[in-house]
Design a binder for this molecule. Structure first.
Ligand code: M6R
Length: 604
């Protein structure tokens, strides 16, 4: 997750860029840079490490300008060096980027064959080269920008300067957020409201696929099809950003929409898309004989999804247990067991006690936690961080997908270390994982189809969630989400378990929601749905559009993005969360602070 700021105004721009970047350091801080228009040409300054290093560079070589862009980086492609720091430059184009360009390797090969020379290992630099090539054909900046955007696969927020364009910043968003800030004879672009917070509280949130041309006096916005659009200008409070809701009604909604970024940020901790490899981490998986995951609530379901991956990809036996049970039942653990606590807060009393107990038994311990200064982060020998950022909504969303992303990436690393995954498979799995931010962004567009079913769901007293494989724990997580915020009773079941009991619950009033990605058990799930439909139960099947239709009256379909089976839990988490969210909104409950719950359960 990187931070972006752009300013086109009348006063000195560099101090303003620096002021903004300091507020954005929370998004990443392994390098930073600025670029500004100096006498018609764009110049840049970059530095490895924190913003103060960039300030030192600027003190040596100041930039006098009124138009500029800035970036603080969290490395995804290439090491955190000055050469890989943003802004990147090719010919007349200088730009900053947050996100992942999935097809950068193909584009880079194509551009290299045409004679383009690259100076960094980043995916970002290919965008600069593509845009420069389009400008060189004589196209206008906006035409060239649109053609360039259409060639990119992946997630991005961009801010672009062009030599010879003294009062123009181009911006675009897909998957990663970008806002336009409105000032007095001055305009801004930022990766969030906090970025432009020092200068203005008047903001337009760009929508998926939008691009924009910002000048001192205004902004021309276009949608994904290139049609001119206007986006509402909203007033945010001065401290808006991390701890405020911005354009969203609830923190939970905001956090659901932050997932392309938070998953990408987390994956980048464990994987390197440039090399197609899982990064080395502090655990020697070859020496581990068993994994014992302990967690509570949503984190427990994330752990269960992790188990499928550790066993399938690494052949590593993995147990997952609710921490409040584990800690009191004197479990028998073998010495070469790796104990892994999974927790958003890192403070959950039962999980912490289980971790401490494992450590006292002499086991190796690791903690997948989102709060990196928490008790679990300090207690475990190895910290495996998630990078979801602060999660305010009591119902966990982005922390869950970050936990899943971390565990899936670690399972790939374990598979490699244990000789179960060769280099080609590793590259395929790493690529699949890095597709998830884009596909999560696509899943967020299921919003309208999800809303079309919530009126019916909100009337139900009981709802069943079904799934097979890793979709089973996700079904339980979907049921937990719905229970927590809509107060509707819901249960998640393994679809194959239905006829062993729960099918007795089926009647016309009890909806069943099925998670059915097109994987090797799709047909089996589909036949379970026919069994439900045959008994008069209304069914909502969430599956890709190209999945075959299960025959049965009353089966409604909601189309989800088609994806690699490994990342299906990340992509299908989104419709689960949206279903719970909109059902709760329909029922008028307190979404962010549901009754009887606390964000962190630090007592037994
Ligand atoms: O902070 P933790 O991840 O350890 O919290 C565990 C559970 O309390 C938490 O996941 C809870 O179930 C959430 N409210 C779920 O949305």
């Amino acid at each position: 997750m990187c931070g972006i700021i752009g300013v086109t105004g009348n006063g000195p721009v560099v101090p303003r860029l620096i002021d903004s970047l300091k507020r954005l350091e929370y998004r990443g801080y392994d390098s930073a840079g600025v670029a500004a228009v100096v006498d018609g040409a764009v110049e840049r300054r970059r530095a490895q490490g924190k913003i103060r290093n960039l300030e030192a560079v600027l003190a040596e070589a100041p930039l006098k300008a009124t138009v500029g862009i800035g970036h603080t980086r969290w490395a995804t492609h290439g090491a955190p060096t000055t050469a890989n720091a943003h802004p990147h430059k090719a010919g007349r184009v200088t730009l900053v980027h947050n996100g992942i360009i999935e097809n950068f390797a193909e584009l880079k090969a194509e551009l290299a064959a045409e004679g383009h020379v690259f100076e960094s290992q980043t995916d970002t630099e290919v965008i600069a080269h593509l845009l420069d090539a389009e400008l060189n054909t004589g196209r206008s900046p906006l035409e060239a920008f649109k053609i360039t955007l259409d060639r990119l696969t992946g997630a991005y927020a961009l801010a672009v300067l062009i030599d010879g364009e003294d009062d123009l910043i181009l911006g675009a968003r897909r998957g990663s957020p970008l806002v336009v800030g409105w000032g007095e004879d001055e305009m801004y672009l930022g990766s969030d409201a906090l970025a432009v917070g020092p200068f203005t509280q008047k903001i337009s949130y760009l929508e998926e696929g939008d691009y924009v041309a910002v000048t001192r006096t205004g902004a021309q916005m276009f949608d994904v099809a290139g049609k001119p659009v206007e986006r509402a200008v909203v007033q945010v409070s001065a401290s808006s950003a991390m701890v405020e809701k911005g354009e969203y009604r609830h923190f939970m909604e905001k956090e659901i929409h932050e997932q392309p970024d938070s998953v990408q940020h987390t994956l980048s901790e464990y994987l390197d898309l440039v090399t197609g490899k899982a990064k080395t981490n502090a655990i020697d998986f070859a020496a581990v004989e068993r994994i014992q995951i302990v967690a509570c609530g949503t984190a427990f379901y994330a752990g269960q999804i992790g188990r499928y991956a550790f066993e399938r990809l690494a052949g590593l036996p993995c147990d997952v247990e609710i921490a409040s049970e584990f800690r009191y039942r004197s479990p028998a653990v073998s010495p070469k067991t790796l104990a892994v606590a999974v927790s958003q807060s890192g403070e959950t009393a039962d999980t912490l006690a289980s971790l401490t107990w494992c450590k006292a038994q002499g086991l190796k311990t690791a903690a997948v936690v989102n709060v990196h200064s928490s008790s679990m982060a300090r207690e475990a020998e190895v910290l495996w961080p998630t990078h979801a950022g602060p999660e305010i909504g009591v119902a966990s969303t982005k922390a869950f997908t970050a936990q899943v992303a971390a565990l899936l990436a670690l399972a790939v690393a374990a598979g490699v270390a244990r000789g179960r995954i060769d280099a080609a498979q590793e590259a395929e799995l790493v690529k699949a994982l890095f597709e998830s931010p884009r596909l999560i962004a696509e899943a967020l567009r299921m919003d309208a189809s999800i809303r079309s079913v919530v009126q019916d769901l909100a009337k139900a007293d009981d709802i069943l969630f079904l799934g097979r494989g890793a979709m089973f724990p996700l079904a339980m997580e979907g049921a937990l989400k719905l229970k927590e915020i809509s107060y509707i009773h819901a249960e998640g079941y393994a679809a194959g378990e239905l006829k062993h009991g729960p099918i007795a619950l089926i009647d016309e009033e009890t909806p069943t929601i099925a998670l059915a990605p097109l994987d090797d058990v799709f047909e089996k799930t589909a036949s379970n749905l026919q069994e439900v439909a045959a008994r008069g139960g209304p069914v909502i099947m969430i599956a890709p559009e190209n999945a075959p239709d299960p025959h049965g009256a009353g089966i409604r379909r909601i189309h989800a993005p088609d994806c690699h089976p490994l990342i299906a839990p990340l992509v299908y988490a989104v419709p689960m969360q949206l279903l719970a969210y909109y059902t709760a909104v329909q029922k008028g409950t307190d979404v962010d602070q549901p009754r009887n719950l606390a964000k962190s359960v630090t007592v037994e």
